[in-house]
Write a protein that binds this ligand. Structure first.
Ligand code: SF4
Ligand code: SF4
Length: 92
């Protein structure tokens, strides 16, 4: 079990020029700009879950990044805000 970063499209202000998370991510080719949607995008297979992107995004008050648990089969758990369901998934 480990966590990866996930960008919430509606909250990301990359279209206004923000690149904070992209600049701070220490992993090469892991957080980049989706130039079609103009949002930051995490390549989840490469994300190490260090949370640096979330820290800088939160510090800038954008709060567009959540850490999401990855199941053993590689699928993502439900996004945060549904912590009760997360708890149930853990017990299963
Ligand atoms: S720091 Fe946050 S708002 Fe800025 S580009 Fe990254 S995800 Fe988007
Ligand atoms: S959690 Fe760390 S490795 Fe993953 S995208 Fe964010 S800064 Fe990069």
């Amino acid at each position: 079990m480990y966590n990866v970063a996930l960008v919430t499209e509606e909250k990301c202000v990359a279209k206004k020029g923000c690149r904070l998370c992209i600049m701070y991510c220490p992993e090469a080719n892991t957080l980049d700009l989706d130039t079609e949607k103009m949002i930051a995008e995490v390549i989840i297979d490469r994300c190490k879950g260090c949370e640096l992107c979330k820290v800088v995004c939160d510090a800038a008050k954008h709060e567009a990044i959540e850490m999401v648990a990855v199941n053993s089969d590689g699928t993502l758990m439900e996004k945060a805000g549904e912590s009760a369901e997360l708890g149930q998934a853990y017990s299963g």
